[in-house]
Design a protein around this ligand. Structure first.
Ligand code: HEM
Length: 450
């Protein structure tokens, strides 16, 4: 949907749809990860895939059955034969890969790369495809195109496949409505609801445009490769839903209080209604109203009495809560494309059924280090910026702290203890998602051999 007031100024026909456009609702999709053992075949596969990669200006065309996004790890770029002189200009964190950054990201204990699923954290993850569609039939069509791109190329192997789909009511496995907030990318042409805050400079998310510091990326090189490209952090989580329900039951004296504690942890009620606007009771109409469910300010709650400082959404996007620090907040935004996998745990069940369920996040931005890595290592895992010592995000904590969650309250605050780990990291990797012309540049790398 394009609103007249926000005509695209970005080269949206060159930027991949996955970067700028929200997924359809409802959605069905699959992540496919490929390993390239033969450079020429890798480039051939890429040439065949390019016509099917969706640009951001096209995805809402009703005839489009679904869309394909493509991204490459550092190992993948190497396998395709990107010259050393170019590879060396990629940011260090991307070259090292997510597993090597485990200490910085606090991926320790249960979340350590040693516990990740294959191929995460290995050199076998080269090309990642994200395929989104509105139903199973459309998904099959796009998957078939992906298959055709390499079915006769023995040098290409599928090393991972993972289906995902929307859970009933657009909820995540814990029962919270998700995908409610994303930053407003200046010039993107995306319809903006009130409350998304002022537009953030496109260069924060896409290379080739000025960012919030007024700078335009000068690497990676060459320019043809970086223009309209971006980086993404791929993170797969398993959610321990039974554990979450059990813990709420233990801490609360009534079902109403269970819901309140759950909302205090997230900063929103399960309906999506923000605590700042609905501090005592859920307001499902507010939660479901995209024109209202982001229209709030922490300036009205500087003591955290409505929404705790340590709640997930206040930590991870402090909005105006970090006084006089608005510019700094703008430097840590990224786009969030989340999807869910696995069946929901039936209502009322408090025993773990051993089934894998959770979420996969694509956290997208031009500056992995000061966006995803900063938020993950500071705002999510460190309590100091809110004077909470070693306290972590109550929802996404790594289980390696003392399990405390502070709820400001009068006359005295409430402190929950013994918080278990509700979310376990199953794997992740950094990828580069080029623009469409850049994909052609990559595919042309083999020209001298043809
Ligand atoms: C399984 C793990 C996670 C769960 C269950 C979860 C849950 C949620 C929920 C329920 C919301 C509120 C609804 C919304 O705005 O979409 C939310 C918002 C958000 N989450 Fe998470 N999240 C998870 C992991 C992450 C990770 C890894 C990041 C980034 C490092 C992240 C970043 C955000 C951001 C930026 C928001 C928007 C905050 C706002 O401005 O309101 N989340 N999350």
């Amino acid at each position: 949907m394009i609103s007249v007031a926000d005509v695209p100024a970005l080269e949206v026909s060159d930027i991949q749809a996955t970067v700028l456009r929200p997924r359809p609702s409802s959605y069905k999709g699959e992540y496919v990860i490929l390993r390239v053992d033969d450079r020429a075949q890798g480039l051939e596969m890429l040439r065949r895939l390019i016509p099917h990669v969706a640009p951001a200006d096209d995805w809402w065309v009703p005839t489009l059955p679904g869309w394909l996004g493509i991204a490459f790890t550092y190992q993948g770029l190497k396998a395709l034969g990107v010259p050393e002189a170019s590879l060396d200009t990629f940011p260090q964190e991307f070259r090292e890969g997510m597993a090597a950054r485990a200490e910085i990201l606090n991926d320790v204990g249960n979340n350590a790369p040693a516990n990740w699923e294959y191929p995460f954290g290995t050199a076998d993850m080269h090309v990642a495809l994200a395929i989104y569609s509105k139903d199973d039939k459309s998904l099959e069509m796009v998957l078939d195109r992906a298959r055709q791109s390499h079915h006769d190329l023995p040098g290409i192997s599928v090393v991972y496949r993972m289906k995902f789909s929307e859970l009933p009511g657009g909820r995540n496995p814990f029962g919270f409505r998700d995908g409610l907030h994303n930053p407003h990318v200046e010039g993107s042409g995306v319809h903006i609801h009130p409350g998304f805050g002022p537009a953030v400079k496109a260069g924060e998310f896409i290379m080739g445009y000025p960012d919030e510091l007024g700078e335009t990326a000068t690497s990676p090189e060459p320019e043809q490769l970086r223009r309209n490209g971006t980086f993404l952090a791929f993170r797969k989580f398993h959610t321990r839903v039974a554990e979450f329900r059990k813990y709420l039951r233990e801490q609360a004296s009534s079902p109403e209080e269970e819901e309140l504690i759950a909302a205090k942890m997230v900063g929103r009620w399960r309906s999506g209604a923000p605590l700042v606007l609905a501090p005592e009771y859920d307001d499902p109409k507010l939660g479901a109203d995209p024109d209202r469910n982001n229209t709030f300010s922490y300036a009205d709650d500087m003591q955290g009495l409505k929404c705790p400082f340590s709640s997930h959404i206040r930590r991870i996007n402090p909005r105006d809560a970090l006084k006089n620090d608005l510019v700094a907040v703008n430097l840590h935004y990224f786009l969030r494309r989340g999807t869910n996998y696995g069946p929901p745990l039936p209502e009322g069940v408090r025993e773990d059924d051993g089934v894998e369920r959770g979420g996969v996040f694509l956290l997208i931005g031009a500056h992995l280090r000061r966006q995803f890595e900063f938020v993950q290592s500071q705002w999510m895992t460190d309590g100091n910026f809110i004077s909470h010592g070693t306290e972590q995000d109550p929802i996404v904590n790594n289980g390696e702290n003392d399990g405390v969650f502070t709820i400001p309250k009068r006359p005295i605050r409430r402190r929950l203890h013994g918080l278990p780990q509700f979310v376990a990291v199953r794997g992740g990797e950094y990828c580069f998602m080029p623009g469409l012309q850049a994909l052609k540049w990559l595919a042309g790398l083999g020209a001298e051999h043809r």
